[in-house]
Design a protein around this ligand. Structure first.
Ligand SMILES: Cc1cc2nc3c(=O)[nH]c(=O)nc-3n(C[C@H](O)[C@H](O)[C@H](O)COP(=O)(O)OP(=O)(O)OC[C@H]3O[C@@H](n4cnc5c(N)ncnc54)[C@H](O)[C@@H]3O)c2cc1C
Length: 430
């Protein structure tokens, strides 16, 4: 049986949905989370686990600094081991031009009082002992950290339910009903729930939910491949982002690794439908993308046919389709890890996976109430860095619902910026 009424319905049990439910429950609000799969079944399980303030768009920095404060006390607050390590974040530069680009971000750090410094090549081994390779230097933020994605999201889910929230799994939202321009209910696979608030935390599928209300949310997917190595002796608590490999060492000694270089984009009909939003930046940064024409395009063509499952059930037809890891990237990232940490014993790959990363045209999230219908709130589009932002996104949404206004400025994340043409080029440097 699902609830028939809720103060707030949250679509999606990733870190954003579960953190929102937790912070709402802490304020005495009856939140119901509806999830079409398991808790943390998508990006919130598959990500690298980096929690960085470093390198972000200036509008995100105050949110991330507040998020960092939350993260530091999160294990105590949620009463759970989430493998939080405050070991800093290091972005490596292989050449002078990359180092100059990182250096150009320092005024942003200074503006917000965020401790971040450029390390010369000779200083890099202070942070990553035994680092091999030929480096021009790096940018280091000592206050950054990393955590286990699945454990963190599960901990938010447990803490939310123990404070009164309800989470229904395998229960997809199929529609949102409005009355006189205001949200009134959501339709699910298991019946309808009356509610004045719907929080869209549906990750990469948010644009589809928005479309059922006639709202345009430009959001595309890129495919990220990640792997976990066999365990090794401790090397560094720092999360490292190099041009060839990004890595963090987990508590059991294994490394989470991902290859640098181009992101995989599987072309689908929707890539073409949203091309006008994404083309300018995709063109400017074309070296960053590798476009694949294959099964996902075929699936999207079949989905467009009259009478197809996608037409009948647009929000769930692709449930259970897992993205395929890029094996060449797995091999490349392991080889690069062994090259930059030459003292490591020979490691193997214990596990590999891929996840779809939702991205907006300006690579910053969409956060806040939609202009219409009233009561429909976006908390999505985190563009590859929303694990770190999950806790603050959840808290700000709870403040929006309860206090009518979040405690930090989120106007730069309004959905209307796309229609207004008020987006610049991406300003993240990582
Ligand atoms: C490979 C990879 C590496 C990344 N690395 C990092 C990193 O190091 N640091 C960082 O900060 N971020 C990182 N990210 C990004 C981060 O994982 C995401 O931004 C974050 O997890 C988004 O959380 P979410 O709750 O919005 O979405 P998700 O975790 O994707 O959750 C959305 C949920 O909504 C559900 N859903 C969708 N439609 C419906 C529906 N109709 N009804 C019910 N439920 C629905 C989905 O099943 C899903 O569980 C990475 C992502 C990937 C894939």
């Amino acid at each position: 049986m699902i609830a028939r009424q809720a103060d707030v319905v949250i679509v999606g049990a990733g870190i954003v949905g579960c953190a929102t439910a937790y912070f709402l429950a802490c304020r005495g609000v009856r939140a119901v989370v509806l999830e079409r799969g398991p808790v943390a079944g998508e990006q919130s399980r598959k990500n690298w686990g980096f929690v960085r303030q470093q390198g972000r768009d200036p509008f995100e920095v105050p949110l991330m600094m507040e998020a960092n404060r939350i993260w530091r006390g999160l294990e105590r607050e949620l009463g759970a081991d989430i493998e939080w390590v405050q070991g800093g974040n290091l972005a490596l530069a292989a050449d002078a031009s990359r180092l100059a680009r990182l250096e150009a971000w320092l005024p942003v750090a200074r503006q917000f009082g965020l401790e971040t410094r450029i390390l010369k090549s000779s200083q890099l081994t202070d942070v990553v002992p035994g680092l091999g390779g030929d480096w021009a230097g790096g940018m280091y933020t000592p206050g950054d950290g990393h955590a286990d994605p699945q454990k963190t999201t599960d901990a938010f889910a447990r803490a939310a339910t123990s404070r009164g929230a309800t989470i229904h799994l395998d229960c997809a939202v199929q529609s949102v009903t409005t009355h006189n321009g205001v949200v009134s209910a959501v339709g699910t696979e298991r019946g309808e729930i009356q509610t004045p608030w719907v929080v869209c935390a549906a990750g990469a599928w948010s644009w589809r939910l928005a479309r059922t209300l006639g709202l345009a949310l430009p959001q595309r997917w890129v495919r990220g491949t990640v792997a976990r190595t066999t365990p090794a002796p401790p090397v560094t608590p720092c999360a490292v982002w190099g041009p060839g490999v990004a890595f963090r060492q987990r508590k059991d000694g294994s490394f989470t690794i991902a290859a640098g270089g181009a992101l995989d984009h599987d072309v689908t009909l929707d890539s073409l439908r949203q091309i006008r939003f994404f083309l300018p930046n995709a063109w400017k940064n074309k070296a960053m993308f590798r476009f694949h024409v294959g099964r996902p395009l075929g699936r999207s063509l079949v989905a467009a046919l009259p009478g197809s499952a996608a037409r009948r059930r647009p929000l769930v037809w692709d449930r259970g389709i897992e993205p395929v890891p890029n094996e060449e990237k797995v091999a490349r990232s392991l080889a690069e890890l062994q090259r930059v940490l030459p003292s490591l014993p020979r490691l193997g790959i214990a596990e590999r996976w891929a996840g779809v990363i939702d991205a907006t045209p300006d690579i910053v999230p969409v956060l806040g109430e939609a202009p219409s219908p009233r009561g429909f709130v976006f908390a999505t589009g985190f563009s590859g860095h929303g694990f770190a932002m999950g806790p603050i996104a959840g808290r700000l949404v709870s403040e929006l619902v309860v206090d009518g206004k979040p405690s930090l400025d989120i106007s730069g994340f309004r959905v209307s910026r796309f229609a207004e043409g008020a987006i610049g080029k991406p300003r993240n440097v990582l």
